[in-house]
Write a protein of this length. Sequence first.
Length: 645
Amino acid sequence: MPSIIIGTAGHIDHGKSSLVQALTGKDPDRLPEEKRRGITIDLGFADLDLGDVRVGFVDVPGHERFVKNMLAGVHGIDAIALVIAADEGVMPQTREHFEICRLLNVQRGLVILTKTDLVEEELLSLVRAEAEELVAGSFLEGAPVVPLSVRSRIGLDELRAELRQIAKVIPERSPDFVTRLPIDRAFTMKGFGVVVTGTLVAGEIAAGDELELLPSGRRVRARGVQVHGALVSRARSGQRTAVNLAGVEVGEIERGMTLAPIGRLLPTQIIDVELNVLPTAPRAIRTRARLRVHLGSAEVLARIRVLNNRGEVSPGESGFAQLRFESPVVALHDERFIVRSYSPAETIAGGLVLDPQATKHRGREMARTHERLRSLRDAERPGKLATFVAAAGDRGLRASDIGARTGWTDEIILQAAKQAQQPTNTGATPTIMDADGVLVSTENFERLSRITTDEVNRYHEREPLARGLARETLRERHFTHAAPEVFRAVIARLEKDGNLVAEKDIVRARQHGQELSAADEQLRDKIAQAYKQSALAAPTLDQALVEAGIQASRRTHARKILQLLLDDGTLVRVQGEMFFHAHSIEHLKGLLREFATAHEPDRLIDVPGFKDLAGVSRKYAIPLLEYFDRERVTVRAGDKRIILK
Ligand SMILES: Nc1nc2c(ncn2[C@@H]2O[C@H](COP(=O)(O)OP(=O)(O)OP(=O)(O)O)[C@@H](O)[C@H]2O)c(=O)[nH]1
Ligand SMILES: [Mg+2]
């Protein structure tokens, strides 16, 4: 059976709770204090079976001091029942609640004129006119106006008929978002343990689901799920839902937390928004103002930074702003919220979350920031996704990062990402590409490619004798902010394009060869010769250079030449500055193998044995053996070595 959620709204004592009770038979006021004082203090819930549809009521308090409680329940409703007492007419919280619904973009509802038993026909038509004037130009213009009395029970049937009509036109909740339950109540129930309730704004919760509470990140398990007071196997979006939780104490949960699948959503403390300041706000909202922000069922304090030159948004105007929360909260792109002044607590604005994981903006980047925020507000999903990706810079975004910002399911993210990679000709939205699972803007990717090519070319100019630039150097210089995938993808792309060659640990230009002058060639041969002649009695580097007849002033140059010999394998670095000619090493390997054959089956050699075999002193024997261990020619066995096959 389809179900919808209707929130009551209206001034204190106008008959909201009485109405819910008359319809459902259940008194939504459950607190002893509410019963005693005859007013609603906190949210109340009751539901009504209309035969072909179920209506869940969220009954809110009308008292101006409890608007914050009203706000915890009004998010996520499908429609409002704006209640106006016929004997009092439109009053301050009639307007405030109605404005809140407008700011939250509630799309449907009806007006109910209560207590008609207390007034004459004439006054009733005056109040009706007043109500119509209030809603003129809003989503409630032309909505049904139902006069009724719970005393005489006149009008209740008409109201049921209208509710059924509304239920018919409420669209189904979108399946495009991951599960999210903003919690409005948490309590313990004897024999059950911890129970949380809320309006399931997206997705489903089934018994057995592993979930997490945000912002704390506490992991919990749904032991059982109830909808409309009955156990169900799963609750669906748009239903008032109660979840019995295992793995948590009631003291760890409070109103305003969100229940979500593990690892999907991310609490935030800085968000970029569009702010709509009410025409009735007493003054402009200025940068640095401290505000109460109502998001989902949460109320969080925030400081605002208005993103324009004046540093304020005037009553009746809209503008971009950044909110910095005093504590973390779950916020999603495209989510609406209400802003109240810190003191006195009055509703002064509403807003739309644009970037839920924002960073601080620099003043001189204002134009760019505006362009981004406009795109996040106006673009279709692929455009929004591309804008998020571009804003992330070199770091790029993974699908999970997009999910944490938007609450989109994997399928929606995949679909949007695919579309965003098609070239567009609008030019307004950035294009993006997929670097091994990390999405990055084409602009950033191209920039990194250019920088890499330039850096490698410059390096070759500076060090013509070097084989290439170390990968690590490149990464440290230009890719510290980039995801490793982006680094790899840039190199791979440049290789594919034929510009660069990536070898094990270096990157070089494809056409870069080490052209040596005749003099350098001679130098190279001399050094190689010096090492070859000394065989296993390897000289120190300085000795080798002296032997090769190289002047002290040319040492630095000679070292570069030596590096070439190492690069091409003529020389082998055994340890630090200790080099051997490759021939000598090969010769020694041959001797080791012969020795092994003669010492089958254990193939063991100790250090003295090795010294004899190689004809070297301990100074060389140990580094050589360690080198052979590294090269897997030998393997240590106590103070001996096994010579491997
Ligand atoms: N005569 C008459 N009295 C009514 C009617 N509906 C409600 N009342 C009375 O009005 C008073 C307030 O009713 P509630 O239903 O508590 O009003 P409310 O809007 O829920 O008030 P808050 O939740 O505190 O904002 C109660 O004493 C009700 O008995 C009605 O149709 N006729
Ligand atoms: Mg009430």
